[in-house]
Design a protein. Structure first.
Length: 71
């Protein structure tokens, strides 16, 4: 389910992941985000405070989350 609007991914996983702080695990995590929520913030039912990445960059984005040396 999309973290912004709750849409269920039917045929494939949502194309974008949002990297943000997970209050339940107290760690950075990847959250699924649908294309309309990524492109059009007004589509979201919930405000998303996270950085967005293509799904295929999820592992790299999570590894760099919280780092001050991204160069």
């Amino acid at each position: 389910m999309c973290s912004g609007c709750g849409a269920v991914a039917i045929q494939a996983p949502h194309p974008i992941v949002g990297i943000g702080w997970d209050q339940e695990t107290n760690a950075f995590a990847a959250f699924p985000v649908c294309d309309p929520c990524w492109r059009y913030p007004e589509h979201r039912a919930v405000k998303l405070k996270m950085h967005f990445f293509p799904r295929d960059q999820e592992a790299i984005a999570l590894a760099a989350a919280g780092s001050e040396n991204l160069g």
